[in-house]
Design a protein. Sequence first.
Length: 151
Amino acid sequence: MSWRGVALHLARWVVVLNAFVQVLLQVKKPYMITVKGMAGTSTPKFRMAEVAPYVLLVLGSLTVCWIYLARNQSSATQGMLFFALEEALLFWILIAVVLLQEMRALRSAGVGWAKTLRARLSPVAAAVALVLLVVGTAVPAFGPIWQAVTS
């Protein structure tokens, strides 16, 4: 399995869940032809809505970790912190892959490095902030996770 296959497998269930909810709510969308590739000479904007579900999943996992760390000193479920952090990291990696592929597409279209970085500065800054939150959560969670593994 390639890295793209793994990334698509991870990203797929959010799209399927979204489609299922839209069916339940009977959302009607008209068929529209979308623009493919880069139209014109301007750099296309990056829509954060594309990665918003994954950002929410990262933040949700980290929120659960912080709630647990604030309320509990030790319990039988403290090893689950590892899985919550793992989920946050996996979805952060997915966001990073989307951003890197987006920047790679801009470079392939002939956009220079400086313009590419300027065009994607906000999403890259958001990805850096998310990884800092993951690391900032992993540090205090390491003790309870290690205690769960070794006991």
